[in-house]
Design a protein around this ligand. Sequence first.
Ligand code: T46
Length: 134
Amino acid sequence: MSLINLIEFHRLGDDRGGLISLEQNQNIPFDIKRVYYIFDTKKDVARGFHAHKDLQQVAICIKGSCRFILDDGVHRESVILDKPNIGLFINSMMWREMHDFSDDCVLMVIANHHYDEVDYIRNYDDFLGCIKHV
Ligand code: T46
């Protein structure tokens, strides 16, 4: 089974412009507790390099593009996000890296919990250790 789980959002725009609506437990598959966005990124500076013990998220590149790597400790897959109507579902216990940000990238992330540093696993070996104990 692929690690890349994409959600296609219905486009509600018309000849005045684009419009996409995100609703909890409708096209976003969880209760929405937090939204954050990453911008003013640098092309050669990668981000992420962590997993979350419990957090589920949907990442949407609402402008520009970036590349995600997802890694479940066994398989590693890559996907380019470059469409505002496509969301990448990122489950808990999934190592993620973000690379190749375009200059104009705006990456919006919807999360099912408030920010909690305790939920992060920021060391890859620790992540592998946790996977083995699941
Ligand atoms: C993720 C990927 C896709 C907060 O205080 N509140 C927040 O809601 C977030 C997301 C971050 N922060 C703080 C924690 C760090 O001191 O902002 C700083 C930068 O966060 P971090 O280095 O974790 O950022 P990224 O871009 O590596 O990862 C982020 C999310 O943190 C993470 O959950 O899955 O985007």
